[in-house]
Design a protein around this ligand. Structure first.
Ligand SMILES: C[S@@+](CC[C@H](N)C(=O)[O-])C[C@H]1O[C@@H](n2cnc3c(N)ncnc32)[C@H](O)[C@@H]1O
Length: 284
């Protein structure tokens, strides 16, 4: 998208302001070009564009941080699990908040807002409750683990990045019902069959797909194995291929060999993020 198309989509409500800001930064070649665009955009009446400009002005380092992060974690082309683990180790050292949600621009308050959006969606889908267990696949710095552990019986977070898990352990140190482990990224080995009520996969499937579709399919099968009957998996973003029909088709093919079925999503909009959600239920 060109900068004009991004600003139009933001003004029309098709792109949340933080996401539009991230695309705008990605589409500009220098911090000066970006600053000039923001100065122009400030004359626009549309409230979402005003929000975008306010976010940019509040965070003068956002252009540099976004480009550094995009140079650290590859989102296109193929990658191995080990390469991705190293990329995320480096990313979390640059900025913990931006390493898990680039659109937060490294701002912890903005990240919390996006986290609470997802939790509102999970709550509306009936996924949260005191007696329940949750597995956060690709948990990153543990933002969902930390936010949800007080409302769940047990929460496990797995990630391929040692530094992500170190950061998650630091953030969740006060919580007694949390387990955080480095995984080899190939499966959910170590998680017992029929032991989990909710599997959350927030922005992790794109990296499984980036390794290859077989790895994504293996994780869908593994989710079916570890979930209790009636349990649910919430996938936020299946890939970054930019083809919603292909994502839906590939996921449907993966489900065919499992006890997971697609379920209706509650109509809760994410204000900070443009993730595509998929809700799956284990039906034996
Ligand atoms: C964009 S971050 C999202 C982190 C977290 N889900 C969140 O939303 O805050 C993607 C995470 O997935 C992890 N990851 C990538 N491939 C993985 C795999 N095969 N198994 C487990 N984690 C993986 C990365 O290390 C990284 O922490």
């Amino acid at each position: 998208m060109t900068p004009a198309e991004i600003l139009d989509a933001c003004a029309a409500g098709r792109l949340p302001p933080p996401i539009a800001l991230m695309h705008l930064i990605g589409a500009t070649r220098s911090a000066d070009d970006f600053a000039a665009l923001v100065a122009q955009a400030r004359a626009t009446d549309a409230a979402p564009v005003q929000t975008l400009c306010a976010l940019a002005l509040r965070n003068p380092a956002c252009w540099r941080l976004t480009h550094d992060m995009l140079a650290t974690v590859a989102h296109d082309g193929s990658a191995t699990i080990d390469q991705l683990a190293t990329m995320f180790d480096d990313a979390v050292a640059l900025s913990p908040a931006a390493s898990v949600a680039l659109y937060s621009m490294g701002d912890e308050a903005a990240l919390d807002g996006a986290t609470q959006d997802v939790i509102a969606l999970m709550r509306a889908a009936g996924l949260i409750g005191q007696g329940r267990t949750m597995l956060d696949l690709g948990c990153g710095i543990g933002r969902f683990v930390r936010a949800l552990a007080p409302e769940m019986r047990q929460v496990t977070g797995l990630d391929i990045s040692r530094r992500m898990i170190d950061e998650a352990r630091r953030r969740c140190a006060a919580l007694g019902n949390v387990r955080l482990d480095v995984t080899d990224g190939r499966d959910l080995d170590g998680v017992a069959d029929d032991s989990i009520d909710v599997v959350l996969a927030a922005d992790v499937f794109p990296y499984l797909v980036q390794v290859d579709l077989a790895l994504a399919a293996a994780h869908v099968r593994e989710a079916a194995r570890v979930l209790r009957n009636g349990g649910a998996m919430l996938i936020l973003n299946f890939s970054y291929r930019g083809d919603a029909e292909r994502d839906a088709r590939d996921l449907r093919d993966m489900l065919a060999a499992t006890s997971l079925r697609q379920a209706a999503l509650p109509s809760v909009a994410l204000a900070h993020w443009d993730a595509s959600p998929f809700l799956l239920r284990k039906m034996e």
